[in-house]
Design a protein around this ligand. Sequence first.
Ligand SMILES: NC(=O)c1ccc[n+]([C@@H]2O[C@H](COP(=O)([O-])OP(=O)(O)OC[C@H]3O[C@@H](n4cnc5c(N)ncnc54)[C@H](OP(=O)(O)O)[C@@H]3O)[C@@H](O)[C@H]2O)c1
Length: 297
Amino acid sequence: MTNQKYKSIEPYYSKLIAGTMLWGAWGKEMTKAKRVELIETAFKMGITSFDHADIYGNYTTEKDFGIAFAESGLSRDKVQFISKCGIAMVCENKPYKTKHYNYDSSYIIDAVHASLKQLKTDYLDLLLLHRPSPLLNPEEVAKAVDFLLDSGKILSFGVSNFTSTQIDLLANYMPIHVNQIEISLNRNEPMFNGQLNYCQRKNILPMSWSPLGILKKPESQWPSKLRYAILKLSEKYDCGYASLAVAWLLKHPSKIHPVIGTSNPQRLQEIIKAQKIDFDTEDWFFLLEAVKEKPCP
Ligand SMILES: NC(=O)c1ccc[n+]([C@@H]2O[C@H](COP(=O)([O-])OP(=O)(O)OC[C@H]3O[C@@H](n4cnc5c(N)ncnc54)[C@H](OP(=O)(O)O)[C@@H]3O)[C@@H](O)[C@H]2O)c1
């Protein structure tokens, strides 16, 4: 085991995290003014953690964010920057011919240096390996992570889209603080296949990407039982469907931190209500039943 000393670090993230994947070239292509507004709105509402990946916007969104953040009045030590590396994408900025994953230590270190430069910061609060690779060598990853922690370029380390077994392999070499995975009302498998229980047991913080799941599609595409349940519960809890979906995740005892992808400040204002919703247990299962279209066994 390496880096026992870092086990004492308790990284802090806001309960809701702002995801930047669709802010730029992969989505809304927001202007600098809009990005500044969204960063400031999120911060005012207590969303202080921002989720990135080197590849977002074909390697351009971190830079867009860095420019906007520098223009906002916010101070770096009041926010947390999360980023991911490891996916090598084919696009015009890169020499790759085949999309692949790379977890060589020099690749990880270079990727972090590039993210720091784009984000205009000296450190990441959290570095995640974006996706597991069949070729991942834990000793090679540990070399990079040791260096990055020792030099203060990252404050903590985690993974994304890893199974419990894949985490075990890495955890023999370095502390894993976070696993960012897809979890939502309709992608609820991690609640049943032991993935979230594993996080609870190992003190790993789960973050959920795409927390709205099927609800981000037009209402006409939701199953009719789900539409009915959302209508009933939105009335009862006096909130919209997005805050209901997020509140449903927040009730899970593994302390899921949803990564919210909207680029719309008004929608963010609505979603933040999720933190105030005290979801009744029977209602929680009512929503689950509606999405599964059958009662639990
Ligand atoms: N680790 C990974 O492998 C991975 C993979 C995917 C994503 N992520 C992270 O997770 C973040 C969130 O993912 P996501 O964008 O799929 O999450 P999401 O929050 O489930 O969905 C956001 C999308 O839903 C739309 N939407 C529709 N109705 C909405 C409503 N009422 N309220 C809010 N949004 C609504 C938003 O459009 P508007 O912008 O128009 O509101 C936006 O396009 C990403 O930004 C990224 O940081 C990580």
